[in-house]
Design a protein around this ligand. Structure first.
Ligand code: ATP
Ligand SMILES: Cc1cn([C@H]2C[C@H](O)[C@@H](COP(=O)(O)O)O2)c(=O)[nH]c1=O
Length: 209
């Protein structure tokens, strides 16, 4: 049997938009279609990147400068790409990642300071890979924050930053989608889970045609 082509799909959006929920739902649907799926996340997704994740998400919001934070996210991504994403794609699997480089573009590049040129330069040196399809889950940050507050562990230094920060992030993700419409689809995430999943599957079908 011929091996299917690998497919790299990412979910992006503000904190609490439902990325993990939709990534799991899409993985289950793809498996029912007979595809082998690797469901992964950033920061993290490989053993080394999970170690770097702990450095990133724990501690005070000002623990790292924007530049250091960008270097750490990029180092984690390089390990994730080398050890998990690229090998899976090379063997015909579908890789679904809960966040990837767009999160760095938006969180470090726009919302935490004007570091976009630094972020892009590092991406060009160390990553040089874009997803085949990016699903941007878009919703009102107040609703997303309320979802997050209901389940928060208190360990995530990014979620400490409140509504104004989430509004900047939302605008950043929408701007990215506008700049790369061939890769990115914006999906209204302020609806029941099943409706969002139906749109995610439709976006994938449309993106593959
Ligand atoms: N469509 C939905 N309607 C209501 N609640 C939802 C919906 N989707 C997800 N949730 C709930 O909202 C919370 C956040 O969802 P989830 O973890 O999938 O979001 P996330 O975008 O991955 O979050 P984070 O960025 O913080 O990791 C969870 O408690 C989840 O059960
Ligand atoms: C990949 C990536 C992530 N972040 C931020 C976004 C989140 O607030 C935290 C942890 O991610 P999770 O979705 O809650 O698991 O990290 C970031 O600032 N830059 C990035 O590149």
């Amino acid at each position: 049997m011929t091996q299917p082509a690998g497919l790299f799909i990412t979910f992006e959006g503000i904190d609490g938009a439902g990325k993990s929920t939709q990534a799991r739902a899409l993985a289950a649907w793809l498996e029912r279609q007979g595809r082998e799926v690797v469901l992964t996340r950033e920061p993290g997704g490989s053993a080394g990147a999970e170690e770097i994740r702990r450095l990133l998400v724990e501690g005070a919001p000002d623990r790292w400068s924007g530049e250091t934070e960008t270097l750490l996210f990029t180092a984690a991504r390089r390990d994730h790409l080398e050890r998990v994403i690229a090998p899976a794609l090379a063997t015909g699997k579908v890789v679904i990642s809960d966040r990837f480089a767009d999160s760095t573009r938006v969180y470090q590049g726009a919302a935490r300071g004007e570091l976009r040129a630094f972020v892009d330069a590092l991406h060009g040196l160390a990553i040089r890979r874009e997803p085949d399809l990016t699903l941007i889950l878009d919703m009102d940050p107040e609703v997303a924050l309320a979802r997050g507050l209901a389940r928060r562990s208190g360990e995530d230094r990014f979620e400490e930053e409140g509504l104004a920060f989430q509004l900047k992030l939302r605008a950043g993700f929408l701007a990215l989608a506008g700049a790369d419409p061939a890769r990115c689809r914006v999906i209204d995430a302020g609806r029941p889970t099943e409706e969002i999943t139906a749109d995610v599957i439709a976006a994938l079908r449309e993106g593959l045609q």
